[in-house]
Each structure stands twice: as C-alpha cells, then as structure tokens.
Design a protein around this ligand. Structure first.
Ligand code: PMP
Ligand code: GLN
Length: 380
C-alpha cells in the first residue's frame, strides 16, 4: 500500500519520548509538564458524585451549561470581559484539541499562520495538516520577547491567523499590556484571527497580571481564547478545556467541533463547574506555583547551570553552556540515563532546531521531588 503521509517529517512528541526514557531509566521526571501530586479530594468527590447520579450519557455538544456559565464568570472576574455562555463558549477535549479545531475551522490551503518559536509542539503540525503555511518568528533570546517589527514585516495578504501563547511554554515568558496593544493594532481591520493559547492563565508570577487577549476590546473581536482545566486544577489526565470567542467565530468553531469529538466527558464537566464556584481554586494558583518556582530556584542557585527568568507557567529553563557544548537533545538524554533526571531540550520547539543549550524543567512537583532533582542538578 502506498501511504501519502500528511506529516512525513513528524515523529513521536518529545514529551512521550522523554517520559518513556525517564521510566526506562528510573529517572526523576521533570520533562513532560504534569503535577506529581493529586488534585483536590473535593474535586474527586464531585467527580464521583456526578458519576453516580446519572450524568453518564452524552453531554450537550457545546458543553454543559453550568460549566459554560462558570467559565463566563471566571472571565468576568479575571479579565472583566463578558462572553455569553450559550453562544461564545464551548467545552473542548483539552487545549490541544481546541487549537486543532481552530485551525481546522479557519485555515485553508495556502493560508499563512504566524507562529512564535520556540513554540508548543502542536501548532505547526496542525497548520500543515490543513495545508496552511507556518510563518515563523523567533522570540528574542534570552528573554523570549516578541519582536513585533518582525511579526509586522511577515504579515502578507495570505496571513489568516496569528497564534500567541502567554504565559509561554516552553520559555516561561509572559506578554505585557504593550505586547497585546501592539498586536491589537497589528491585526485591526485585517482578516486575521488570533488564537490565544492561555492554558497557563492562572500562573503569571511576581504580581504581573495575565494579559488575556479577552481584556482588549478590539482584539477580543478577532480572537479565540483557548484554555485547559488540566493546568488549573491539576488534572492533566482529564483533558477538558474550553474555547471562548465572539459568536460569529464560535459558530464556525462548533461546525468542526461537532464532528471531531461532538461532546466532552459529561460527569467531569459537572464536577468542574461546581468545584470552580470557589474562586480560590484559580485565584490562588499563581501563589502556589510561584512558591514552587522560588523553592526550586533557591535549591539550584549554586549549581553550574544558569537560571533563566521564569515569569509564568510551571517550567524553568536552565542553560548548561558553562557545563557542556554537546547538543541539547544529547544532553537531555545523557542526563536522563546517567544522572537519572529527565528534562526537555529546547531545540525541539524550533522548526530549524535552534540550540541555545537550554533544558526545560517542570517544577509542578512535590517538594521532595524538587529536592531530589536539585541535588542531582547541583552535582552536575
Ligand atoms: N498549550 C500549551 C502551551 C500547553 O503547554 C499545553 C499542555 N501542556 C497545551 C496547550 C495542551 O493542553 P491540554 O493538555 O489541555 O490539551
Ligand atoms: N504540555 C505538556 C508539556 O509541555 C505536555 C503535554 C503532552 O504531553 N502532549 O510538557
């Protein structure tokens, strides 16, 4: 049989590879981003309650009403931005799925999509599957800010979409108000949709508020906000997230959504809706993770690794340029096999495999895990 691969150059994701390698070598796994602690027992109780009280058949296509209402409340609380629960919010099977659905809904063959690299790994393949052309702008090393002049220069009559991500995975950088205002001006009056990947929305540190695209009146009209409860309530395995966008964009989004997954896990949507009525569940998250970041950084500050700035997410970048000049992929593999500590090399997030000698470490871990990892880091 002759297969015509839609993604001939794509292999297995780095997260799968590094987590498997960590398991194989019994290494501490700070590679793939997920907590090594449990979510709240209250949330598990609620999940159980809804599973045992008759919520086990299909949920409505757009998601259950209590959860869409809750998301609307959260966006009002955090961003002073109103989204109508019925026409402007859809529950998705995680953020990866939400991003894919945006691209499937709006990208046609030959359309250009601006992507900032290093970029989360699901953007470029999804664009290519739909015949779109990723147009890459590199974030400025070492602060990983956006060069808006470069972005502007790369906009053409074919540009249909710009994907932004703040707080940013893998860099841990955040966009500020000026960034969003610049973007707002850049797309104003143009036929360009902004997909704003905000899965780490409740994890912006040091008092800087998360600048959601939903905060900016004009930008909001052209934006689809994507988020994920996996990050917010420590349940990456549940794969439930949402998309929020003006109704005319949401109509097109749902046309694809209804045939991709149709509906998302019913009892867990109900559980999340009730759990998130307590605002501290999301408002406290940035303090929780900032403490973890600070603890991890304190433990490794005397190591030979250089600690880069982390303003959000649960990822810390470390530079090993004073330790070794080997390729970052080699370094990550060697550390996993020999030192029993798994991380993610940054070059995999660039189309051209730019290697700045950086590794990404996930600090969404128990203190004892961070202590063990730090001990290894300090020995290298
Ligand atoms: N976007 C970014 C930036 C992420 O880091 C992740 C997952 N860590 C996702 C999207 C995907 O989220 P989900 O697991 O809900 O699909
Ligand atoms: N988003 C997580 C990370 O960046 C992993 C998600 C996945 O395994 N696809 O590590």
């Amino acid at each position: 049989m002759q297969l015509h691969s839609k993604l001939p150059n794509v292999g297995t994701t780095i997260f799968t590879i590094m987590s498997a390698l960590a398991r194989e070598h019994n290494a501490i796994n700070l590679s793939q981003g997920f907590p090594d602690f449990e979510c709240s027992p209250k949330l598990l109780e609620l999940a159980n309650k809804y599973m045992t009280t008759g919520f086990n058949q299909y949920a409505p296509m757009q998601g259950v009403s209590p959860l869409r209402e809750r998301i609307s409340e959260i966006m009002n609380t955090c961003y002073n931005s109103h989204y109508h629960p019925d026409s402007e919010i859809t529950i998705t099977a995680g953020a990866t799925y939400g991003i894919y659905t945006c691209i499937a809904a709006f990208i046609n063959k030959g359309d250009e999509v601006i992507v900032f690299e290093p970029a989360y790994d699901c953007y470029v393949p999804a664009i290519e599957v739909h015949g779109g052309v990723p147009v890459i702008c590199k974030l400025k090393f070492p602060d990983f800010n956006i060069d808006w002049k470069e972005a502007e220069a790369k906009i053409t009559s074919k540009t249909r979409m710009i994907i932004i991500n703040s707080p940013q995975n893998p860099c841990g950088s955040v966009l500020n108000e000026n960034d969003l205002k610049t973007l707002e001006k850049l797309v104003e009056g143009k036929n360009i949709i902004v997909v704003s990947d905000e899965v780490y929305e409740h994890m912006a540190f040091d008092g800087a508020p998360h600048q959601s695209a939903s905060r900016f009146k004009n930008l909001k009209q052209q934006s689809i906000i994507i988020s994920s409860f996996g990050k917010t309530v420590h349940t990456t395995g549940w794969k439930i997230g949402y998309a929020a966008a003006p109704a005319e964009l949401m109509i097109e989004f749902r046309k694809i959504h209804q045939f991709l997954v149709f509906a998302v896990n019913h009892p867990l949507q109900m559980a999340l809706a009730e759990y998130l009525s307590d605002k501290s569940t999301y408002l406290e998250l940035k303090h929780f993770y900032q403490r973890k970041r600070d603890y991890f950084v304190k433990l490794i500050k005397n190591s030979r690794f250089e600690i880069l700035n982390c303003s959000g997410t649960y990822f810390q970048l470390l530079s090993y340029k004073k330790i070794s000049d080997e390729a970052d992929t080699q370094m990550a593999i060697r550390l996993t096999k020999e030192n029993k500590l798994a991380s993610v090399p940054l070059s995999v997030f660039y189309k051209d495999k730019t290697d700045n000698k950086l590794l990404r470490f996930c600090f969404a871990k128990k203190e004892e895990t961070l202590e063990k990892a730090a001990e290894i880091i300090c020995r290298i």
